[in-house]
Design a protein around this ligand. Structure first.
Ligand SMILES: [Zn+2]
Ligand SMILES: [Zn+2]
Length: 171
């Protein structure tokens, strides 16, 4: 390459072209592009981002509605991934949050529930795999039983802390 000639690079293109490219990207691709550098991070306004997000959610809700007979997989509207039913708490995939229903777009998977954090330690949920709790002690999602559930503990931590009061359990 002759000296003084810049290598061909996305950043060297005019901003109009950047907006044209963004126009054809879905929301997740826009997020990926934003993660590449500060220029793209700040190129879109909050309003543009929010409208891209809403549009993307509408397309996902529609895709799910078209797929309503299949109850083996669902979309998480936090991480925007299709995931097997076992990756969701039961409340997230039934009734209003089931496919094609009014609040489907509010559904989030177990991983996102922990990460955000939407759930506090001690959170109990019913999943298709049984009753589980985000244990106050080991801070992981574990199966629990009736006795340990009220204390927000998993079965193993409840055994270890047996005899202690709740206030005596490290949180
Ligand atoms: Zn998720
Ligand atoms: Zn535990």
């Amino acid at each position: 390459m002759p000296p003084g000639v810049l290598p061909s690079h996305l950043l060297n293109l005019p901003a109009d072209i950047h907006f044209c490219i963004i126009d054809v990207l879905d929301y997740v691709s826009i997020l990926n592009l934003r993660a590449t550098n500060r220029y793209f991070r700040y190129l879109l306004s909050d309003q543009q981002l929010s409208s891209a997000r809403k549009h993307y959610i509408r397309t996902l809700v529609q895709a799910e509605s078209d797929d309503w007979l299949d109850n083996t997989r669902f979309i998480c509207y936090e991480c925007f991934r299709w995931k097997p039913w076992s990756h969701f708490g039961r409340k997230q995939i039934l009734k209003k949050r089931s496919k094609g229903h009014a609040d489907a777009y509010k559904r989030f998977c177990i991983d996102c529930g922990i990460r955000r954090p939407r759930w506090q330690p001690g959170q109990f949920l019913k999943s298709e795999g049984g009753d589980i709790v985000l244990c106050r002690v080991c801070r992981t999602l574990q199966t629990t039983d009736d006795a340990a559930r009220g204390r927000g503990l998993c079965g193993s931590c409840a055994k270890i802390s047996h005899g202690q009061t709740d206030s005596g359990v490290a949180v």
